[in-house]
Design a protein around this ligand. Structure first.
Ligand SMILES: C[S@@+](CC[C@H](N)C(=O)[O-])C[C@H]1O[C@@H](n2cnc3c(N)ncnc32)[C@H](O)[C@@H]1O
Length: 259
């Protein structure tokens, strides 16, 4: 089992390392108002209100690999501490940084060195002194307990081979009363063992997905309350249609750690 989990992590790290390395050559934003370039650099089109992205460097917007906008529904306030699980090129961290202001703090955790290098370079470019990127796995967060006001995550938890640990860790690091705001891929129906073994498709945010019901069940087991599916839309435009597999959706989910 441990070996299987490591194999998933390795496949995912390899996939997103490659994406980060290739993004160096990308010329245009995948997330700009026109959506131009989405196919060329394989990142998620039109996830955000274009105004949110104004003034963000193309190195950030062009490396967006999420499946929704978890920042807008997080209700961030100036001075808050925010944690982004699987921060990638940092787009949600930089959006959160603008909202929490100079008195706040943003921490992004990711396990892929090439993604972290991209995010660090963008941090320097933006002068985002109170944004910090840490290398680590979301199943064992390198973050102090009871220290975070809001946890965000965008298209990452579906990639984890141990989602129960991710939610337990998320619960641990949140302050009492802290909240989560997630955008992620969920499935309608179960993938067979053979489908789950397709690590290439797991890394593409498909065969690691579980149903919204199972997802919410894991959150509840970790201790979360007020769990709400804010919206849920077909995700074929983001990850492509997969013949013979359960349908996949992009869902936004919020919840809270009891006070
Ligand atoms: C689909 S990308 C999303 C990146 C970013 N959230 C965004 O919206 O652009 C997934 C990211 O999560 C990271 N990741 C996946 N599984 C992880 C894990 N178990 N621990 C830490 N990072 C992980 C990958 O390295 C990659 O950067």
């Amino acid at each position: 089992m441990k070996q299987e989990k490591e194999a998933v992590h390795e496949a995912v790290r390899e996939h997103y390392g490659e994406l980060a390395r290739r993004a160096g050559a990308a010329r245009s934003s995948c997330c700009d108002a026109s959506g131009a370039g989405a196919a060329a650099c394989e990142c998620s089109p039109k996830l955000y209100d274009g105004r949110l992205l104004e003034d963000l460097p193309v190195d950030v917007t062009g490396l967006s690999a999420g499946c929704g906008d978890p920042v807008t529904i997080a209700g961030l306030k100036p001075g808050e501490t925010v944690l982004d699980l699987g921060s990638g090129g940092g787009i949600d961290c930089f959006l959160a940084w603008r909202q929490v202001g100079p008195g706040g703090r943003v921490i992004g955790v990711d396990m892929t060195p090439d993604m972290l290098a991209k995010a660090e370079a963008s941090k320097e470019k933006l002068g985002a002194a109170n944004v910090e990127f840490r290398r680590g796995q979301i199943e064992a967060l390198p973050v102090e307990s009871d220290s975070v006001d809001a946890v965000m995550s965008n298209c990452v938890i579906n990639l984890s081979p141990d989602k129960a640990s991710v939610f337990r860790e998320t619960f641990r690091v949140l302050k009492p009363g802290g909240r989560v705001s997630i955008s992620d891929i969920v499935a309608e129906g179960d993938f067979s063992a053979e489908m789950r073994a397709r690590l290439d498709q797991w890394a593409e945010c498909v065969t690691g997905a579980v149903s919204a019901q199972e997802y919410i069940g894991l959150m509840r087991e970790a201790g979360f309350v007020d769990i709400q599916v804010v919206d849920k839309v077909g995700a074929e435009a983001i990850v492509g249609k997969r013949e013979g597999m359960p349908r996949i959706f992009s869902a936004r989910i919020t919840a809270r750690k009891p006070a």
